[in-house]
Design a protein around this ligand. Sequence first.
Ligand code: URA
Length: 299
Amino acid sequence: MTEANKPIDPVDPDQVRAEASALAEHLRRSGVHWLPKPQPESVARLEELFLRSQEKLEPSPTVEQAAATARPKLATSQSVAPRSIRPTARLDPVAPSTHLGGKYPQPDLPHPERQTLLDELNAKVSVCTLCEVLASCRTNTVFGEGNASPRVVFFGEGPGADEDRSGRPFVGRAGQLLTKMIEACSFRREDVYILNTVKCRPPGNRNPEADEIANCREYYESQLSILRPEYIVCLGAVSAQELLKSKLSVGRLRGKLHSYFESKVLVTYHPAYLLRNPAAKKAAWDDLCLMLRDAGIKE
Ligand code: URA
């Protein structure tokens, strides 16, 4: 039997996972972040209808035919080898976190190419006017900085006054504490990458609004997709809830590793919160130790 005549592999968990995560990513990029949990009866009925329609297809499509005719056109630059379509595949419902465990949508790039892409994105961000208020109030956009091939990324909320003035993330008092936290993990600041959920300072240091976060989503998603870190440390509720599509508090999200595509995600307290509540520093250090142990950096 030639490769082209091979019947479709009816069960290919890798493919199902890849298709589900690509579909979830596609829906998410289209603005769909939540779908209702399917009713088992509706799922059974749809499966039945779907299988019946497949039975009418004669002869069975080859791998290439199936891939050419049935593969949804997904917005990804990653080249995917043609794969079989699994007619009976039951995709997980797109719950808030299901897009968070698959492959990053962008390919893994060599370091210089990552840097070039980040520079191009930074240039785009620097002239962004999607948020009328933020764009008119800012002195500088604050894109992010650090190692383009980092093991760990620190993901904050948004620039404050010092960051707005300098165009660099986490350079004020909270930034100094973050640098100490990074060094306590035995990294240098330049080893890691530091970025924020929004790239412009919300006036009066208020939290970014939901539409401001949505406007910036494409930027931080692209950054993370280029950086593909092993760990993302979410500093505070804004970045954690946004990245994990959760409404839970930091207190509920911390203490375990979550996932965002191939990265493991740790949630801990924002350094500004730790400055106001020094008693929480112990918990933040415990969180970092959880990551360091998982990374084999600490026993
Ligand atoms: N707080 C943040 O969340 N980010 C910064 O860059 C500075 C303070």
